[in-house]
Write a protein that binds this ligand. Structure first.
Ligand code: LCS
Length: 405
């Protein structure tokens, strides 16, 4: 049974990618095998030539992985998906497949750190150059396009600034220059944003985040718009080798069944928490796509089906304020990553970017009190109570320090 024509997103989340299985299994069996038997010498030759349905080797294609790939391709409105071993494997597959020596990439300046490193220092070894611009400003995107620009790489909303890029308008600009557009849709998930429907050519995710949603898998996915680009992406992934395995595919596919419900709750909780933080005296500033104060609020309202579960805010007291907040929260877990059912909180200046020192952090746009909050699906009152008691401790610590100075 092909469920390709399911329409409502909630229904797609439950049924997409599910086929008819042996013994009437209602979920895809885990084909935990590295290789598949050929029925004869000719059968092997036929499969290698792409004749008939069958599997050869799990790095090339596996039924459990393919079920997940078909599911996410349907959720994104694309042709086919490619399951990758991590979000970074997906980023590399896209950039490696869509560029060649001599090409130039225009990318969002607010991208996940390792994506920036891949584009700025690793791809340059292969003759691919990149410029990073604030892609929320269309004029800057236009100015950055060069005759050899073949790819515009967007992460929107960006990590961790939550800057929003206009996918439709940037796709028009890129296509006028014969460049393709790739979008990292990790922060929104297909529940809230569908880049292919807005004009992008390829979309990718870190499955590690909202799509899996349970903080127990590292994985990635690329979704191609058409057969030609799918074949080229598959050729690259097959040779790079960074594929997802059947068990993790099974887990992510299982997680997606509740994606629509989870995203609804992430958005509901995050909106209430953002409004609470915006008014809090210990919060210097806040960025959340659901607040009118977000610099691209109107664009977000148009481009997203909901404002998402990620909040970035600046706690008063700088480095010390951030540290006290981290040491005072009890419900929110101190951890990198995002998009799981549990609330996660991160303070880059003390937790992940401490070795850079204040000057380098400032240059990279990471202020001392910057906090990233991945809002979970717990009861919103419990999350607020946790933040309230922690911010009170920040308030006391700062006023004590000010008195003793
Ligand atoms: N794209 C985005 C937007 C991400 O946030 C991440 C990981 C990746 C790609 C890479 O995915 P991975 O290889 O980890 O599955 N973001 C992380 C973060 O903000 N903290 O820890 C990981």
């Amino acid at each position: 049974m092909e469920n390709n024509k399911l329409t409502d997103f909630e229904t797609q989340c439950v049924h997409s990618g599910i086929d008819e299985y042996e013994y009437g299994s209602v979920v895809p069996p885990i084909y935990q095998t590295s290789t598949f038997k050929f029925k004869s010498a000719d059968h092997g030759a036929d499969l290698f030539e792409g004749k008939g349905k069958g599997y050869i080797y799990t790095r090339m294609l596996n039924p459990t992985v393919e079920a997940l790939e078909n599911c996410i391709a349907e959720l994104e409105g694309g042709y086919k998906g490619l399951g990758c071993g991590s979000g970074m494997a997906a980023v590399h597959t896209v950039i490696g497949s869509l560029t060649k020596a001599g090409d130039h990439v225009v990318a969002s300046n607010a991208v996940y750190g390792p994506t920036l490193t891949l584009l700025s220092t690793i791809m340059s070894k292969y003759g691919v150059t990149a410029d990073f611009v604030d892609t929320s400003d269309l004029e800057l995107v236009k100015k950055a396009m060069k005759p050899n620009t073949t790819l515009v790489y967007l992460e929107t909303p960006g990590n961790p600034t939550l800057a929003i890029a206009d996918i439709s308008e940037i796709s028009k600009i890129a296509h006028e220059h014969n460049a393709l557009v790739a979008v990292d849709n990790t922060f929104m998930s297909p529940a809230l944003q569908n880049p292919l429907k807005l004009g992008a050519d390829v979309v990718l995710h870190s499955l590690t985040k909202f799509l899996n949603g349970h903080a127990d898998v590292v994985g990635g996915i690329v979704v191609a718009k058409d057969e030609a680009s799918y074949k080229e992406l598959r050729r690259h992934l097959n040779h790079y080798g960074g594929v997802i395995d059947p068990f993790n595919s099974f887990l992510v596919h299982r997680g997606i069944k509740t994606l629509a419900l989870r995203m609804e709750r992430h958005c509901y909780n995050a909106q209430i928490i953002a409004e609470y933080l915006e008014k809090h005296p210990m919060v210097e500033s806040i960025v959340y796509p659901g607040l009118k104060s977000h610099p691209q609020y109107e664009l977000g309202q148009k481009q997203h089906k909901g404002p998402g579960g990620m909040i970035t805010f600046e706690v008063k007291g700088g480095l010390e304020g951030g540290r006290v907040l981290m040491d005072s929260v009890k419900l929110a877990q101190l951890a990198v990553s995002l998009g799981g059912v549990e609330s996660l909180i991160e303070h880059p200046a003390s937790m992940t970017h401490f070795s850079m020192g204040p000057a380098a952090r400032k240059a990279a746009g990471i202020s001392e009190g910057l906090v990233r909050f991945s809002v979970g699906i717990e009861n919103v009152n419990d999350i607020i109570a946790d933040l309230e008691q922690a911010l009170e401790k920040v308030s006391k610590a700062i006023s004590v320090n000010q008195v003793t100075k």
